[in-house]
Design a protein around this ligand. Structure first.
Ligand code: A3P
Length: 286
């Protein structure tokens, strides 16, 4: 699809689902409520996995809701035109979603008691996931080639700009008690443990049997088969189902199947340069 991004405070957005006026109003007028929980991510970090987990937590592990209401209505994106309409029907406590960078997130969050769960993922896997996602999602520019798209990703020349800036921006919150970080890789390694920690963070008490049920219903295999969660119900204006599926592989380390050694080394050099001032060690760094 041919289109040009527009900039809002230096961040690239596509005209279909976003507008300057809306982004301005989300930043300055959106009313964050004290009992809100926000899932904040750079795209392809595991956003929808967290929506599924939090939907199940919200309903005390009863899968009826995730089996009957589409995922984007359960936790709408605060910065999109569609999301702003959908938020009106979300019951409290609201679980809402955003890919916004730190500097343009709703100002009212910072004076509220609301909480953020920031989901992170190895950026090489994010890139691979995004490369395939951009081909099927209409508000992304089609990648020209793996090589070219890799450069765009590393330079932040894509929707929501650079992964590096997103992470560096949000890491300013890392020591706040209302900010919780979880990685895609930890979710893979110990889903039950992550669900337990998330419950503790949002102040929800669930017994072991319910935690087990949540882990079961938020597994890749179950989500992939759930038409309310696998985006098979996405309209053709949003997703081109003939080109691929949203629930693609769901694995950690798939980048090894796609990067050449040279591409991986180039990525590592850019990563080290861009992250050198950030004194945080991430799960995937070992
Ligand atoms: P892949 O493209 O690598 O398969 P987001 O929700 O942020 O858009 O991220 C989408 C990525 O998360 C996709 O990765 C998708 O398959 C993966 N994903 C979604 N649900 C998952 C689950 N329950 N378990 C593991 N991965 C999941």
């Amino acid at each position: 699809m041919a289109f040009d991004y527009f900039l809002y405070k230096g961040v690239k957005f596509s005209p279909g689902s976003y507008s300057e006026e809306l982004l301005n109003s989300v930043e300055n007028e959106f009313q964050v409520l004290d009992d809100d929980v926000y899932i904040v991510t750079y795209p392809k970090s595991g956003t929808n996995w967290l929506i599924e987990i939090l939907s199940l937590i919200k309903k005390d592990a009863d899968p009826n809701w995730v089996n009957s209401v589409v995922i984007w209505l359960r936790s709408p994106w605060i910065e999109t035109k569609e999301g702003q309409q959908q938020i009106k029907d979300v019951s409290r406590p609201r679980v809402l979603t955003s890919h916004l960078p730190f500097h343009i997130f709703p100002k009212s969050f910072f004076t509220s008691k609301a909480k953020i769960i920031y989901v992170m993922r190895n950026p090489k896997d994010i890139f691979v996931s995004l490369f395939f996602f951009a081909k099927i999602i209409c508000h992304y520019k089609d990648p020209e080639s793996f090589e070219q798209y890799l450069e765009d990703f590393l330079q932040g020349n894509i929707l929501y700009n650079s992964w590096f800036d997103h992470v560096k921006g949000w890491m300013q919150m890392k020591d706040n008690s209302n900010f919780f970080i979880v990685t895609y890789e930890e979710l893979h390694q110990d889903l039950r443990g992550c669900i337990t920690r998330i419950c503790k963070f949002i102040g929800k008490e669930l017994d072991d049997a319910k935690i087990d049920l949540i882990a079961k219903h938020s597994s890749f295999e179950v989500m992939k088969e759930n038409k309310m969660s696998n985006y098979s119900l996405g309209t053709k204006e949003f997703i081109d189902h003939t080109k691929g599926s949203f629930m693609r592989k769901g694995m950690a380390g798939d980048w090894k199947n796609h990067f050449t050694v040279a591409q991986s080394e180039h990525f590592d050099r850019v990563y080290q340069e861009k992250m050198k001032d950030l004194n945080v060690k991430f799960f995937w760094e070992g």
